[in-house]
Design a protein. Sequence first.
Length: 455
Amino acid sequence: MILSGRGRYSKYLRPVTILFDLVVISILPHYFFKELGVQYVHYTMYQIACWSVISYFSGFYEVYRYTEPITILSKIVKQGTIFLLSVIAFFPFAKHTVFSGQRIAEFLVTAFVFIIMFKFLTFYALKKHRIVSGSNLRRVIIIGCSPQALRLKALFETRVDYGYHFMGFFSDKKTNIDVKGKTADIAAYATLHNIDDIYCSLSDISNTHLKDLIAYAEANNKTIKFIPDSNEIFSKNLRIDYYEFFPLLSLQKSPFDEPIAKLVKRVFDIVFSFLVIVLLLSWLTPIIALFIRIESKGPIFFKQSRAGINGDHFSCFKFRSMQVNNNTDQLAVKNDPRVTKVGRFLRKTSLDEMPQFMNVFLGDMSVVGPRPHIGPINTKYGDRIKKYVLRHRVKPGITGLAQVRGARGEINADEDMINRIKYDVFYIDNWSILLDIKIIIQTVVNIFMGDEKAY
């Protein structure tokens, strides 16, 4: 595969990836299932059909230049889990076959090692190639100079690995306007400079002009995208309804307003917390307790009142990471003298939060959600920060979107809390089990990589 020419080979990447995956899952069973009496022709056809259907509905191959690695990893986990079930489902209905969990596990592990390696190799090779060579870049222009448009421009210029080349602004609502010092018609400029994507700020363009641009983009195979004029509104899920042929946009309710969503999340919390308690805390707790007791006197566990769903308070469990003191309502700061040596390690690795899986199992918390705050924090910021109270619509979590995005640690200004609330509100408005899994995976990654704000 030749990595040259702006965007000319990208259309082949997805078919090549699909073909590679199908070859892997078709060839490996000949080795791993050779003693199980499998009819390879029937099994291969069944397996390819299952893989294709699963990948279509899971969006397994919907990976773009702006897709984050954690998103790719979550797609792999989802694809692998469902595909495992489809492989297992084949054996009860196939005559003269022998079921072997070990051989199926060996087959799937081997197959996904190849698939993961190839997927990430091509993904990072393309990113590296864009940065080093500057080729395969999509040329883009932005119509409008709203704050959102300026932030998008900054994103294009800082995230070179995304593969976009910003060509200039059209900053007026008229047709003939200034682009980097030259007067040009948008359509003529886009055609002359082979522009791939046109981004329009909805607050800076008239409906008539927008209609003309859409017609031009459709006729000339240009991609046109829209920059919303209000992040607070358009960051939410939008639903389109039709009154006969008249389209209307409405803000969707939070997924947590649906009873089935609450049930799914609660079942997930119970199963996940139970597994952690049985498989991890059962043997980890005595070890951590021993080290805590060796260094300092006092209880092993620390209980603190935190605000939960609907603002109701509950006792939040943690491994004690500080010397026994009377300032339990004071948040830890960097180089806090109250933190013990063992406690510093526990906080750095987030192991001090592990007893909260008991809170999850008891129903006070969720595995993923907004982090619970102590009373003084709620009192201080409840009225000062817009939408702060929305975080109390759901159960607090052991980890959350704000934590994995770096919005954690010491609060030095209102802006620190505002950033957390933005992530919390986004999570509440856009929750899904897949999002929870992505946050859990990123949390585990952060634990091993370390977090400079964890102290």
